[in-house]
Design a protein around this ligand. Structure first.
Ligand code: NAI
Length: 332
């Protein structure tokens, strides 16, 4: 029996989590959930978006499945998503973006994996006003942080039969910070001669990805570029509704979709549960439950390919829970 912390999240989180939980209950993987509220709902009940008992549960179980959590823009509390990644040193964020047959997008054969550094860069939280008319944010890049994320990307490439790792940076302008990241990338690359290595300046990378994404394979980037470029990759494969994510540390992991809480769809059960279901599939693989992961992903792919019982973002009219029930039928 696996004990896993479950955070349904804000906005569309509870809807897509209910759909995902139902699918996981239909697998042969025995899971006992420790379910807690965090985010906006927790503020109302506990006065904090991230209560200590939630942190304790994740610390104890070493694994969590989470929905999106809202972060107020401009003012208010700092991101709980970022806080969780920092707190548990979940330094690697894996975001695979691949084409599923049946999803209409401008490309039909995308298979990219973004490996985003999760603990440094402009997400350091060192930010302040300088007087009333200026503000500063400190970008932090360390040799240790760059080394472990670049090594993670090459190890990922090796284990998953990938051919190439591309580093994303802006070292032409940010000579110290991104310069260090790039220097470390090529040092690490020397240990993996069987994997091709190259780099792209982030602006050029964006242009190349929308013009010829087939040239790319595994991408590795500091935190902010990783955040932005992974949404770009989501756009290439049909939108945020279909791209999963995993935050991995040395002994803990939190699985969550790339997308946010999409508040305007909250409570309507119209949001696509695919990204969270695929995050759960990544979680099953992390647990070593390969055949059940395969079973869920296959059934999901079949439902998307058929295109009959899918959510509005995929051109259908189904609710998230109806899509989940169809996936369970296909799981047999
Ligand atoms: P968002 O990802 O929530 O939504 C942007 C748009 O993408 C939506 O309006 C919708 O059209 C589409 N979309 C997203 N998820 C979808 C789904 N499952 N099915 C169908 N369409 C979907 O991004 P936004 O509006 O920038 O952020 C909303 C809130 O979410 C903010 O408070 C933000 O901080 C938070 N957020 C949380 C994340 C997390 O928990 N890891 C990640 C990104 C944003």
């Amino acid at each position: 029996m696996y004990k896993i912390t479950l955070l349904p999240g804000d906005g569309i989180g509870p809807d897509i989590m209910a759909a995902t939980k139902k699918i996981l209950a239909a697998t042969n993987v025995p899971i006992e959930w420790e379910e807690y509220i965090a985010g906006e709902f927790a503020i109302a009940e506990y006065g904090t978006p991230l209560p200590e008992h939630v942190l304790e549960s994740i610390r104890r179980n070493k694994i969590a499945l989470k929905g999106p959590l809202t972060t107020p823009v401009g003012t208010g509390f700092r991101s709980i998503n970022v806080a969780l990644r920092m707190k548990f040193d979940l330094f690697a964020n894996i975001r695979p973006a691949r084409t599923y047959k049946g999803i209409v997008s401008r490309f039909d054969n995308i298979d990219l994996v973004m490996i985003r550094e999760n603990t440094e860069d402009l997400y350091s939280g060192v930010e302040h006003m300088v007087g009333e008319d200026a503000a500063e944010s400190i970008k932090i890049i360390t040799r240790k942080g760059s080394e472990r994320i670049c090594r993670f990307a090459f190890e990922y490439a090796l284990k998953n039969n990938r051919r190439k790792v591309t580093a994303i940076h802006k070292a032409n302008i940010l000579k110290c910070t991104d310069g260090l990241f790039l220097e470390v990338f090529y040092q690490v690359a020397k240990d993996y001669p069987q994997i091709e290595s190259e780099d792209r300046i982030v602006d050029n990378m964006c242009m190349q990805l929308v013009q010829k994404p087939e040239l790319y394979d595994v991408l590795v980037a500091p935190n902010l570029y990783g955040d932005i470029v992974s949404d770009l990759c989501a756009g290439l494969v049909g939108g945020l509704g279909v791209v999963p994510g995993a935050n991995i540390g040395h002994e803990m992991a939190i699985f969550e979709p790339v997308h946010g809480s999409a508040p305007k769809y909250a409570g309507l059960d119209r949001a696509n549960p695919t990204a969270l279901i695929l995050s759960a599939v990544m979680m099953l693989r992390y647990l070593g439950e390969y055949s059940e992961a395969y079973r869920v992903e296959n059934a999901l792919a079949a439902v998307i390919k058929e295109g009959k019982v899918v959510t509005p973002d995929l051109g259908g009219n189904a609710r998230g829970m109806e899509m989940a029930e169809e996936i369970i039928r296909k799981m047999g």
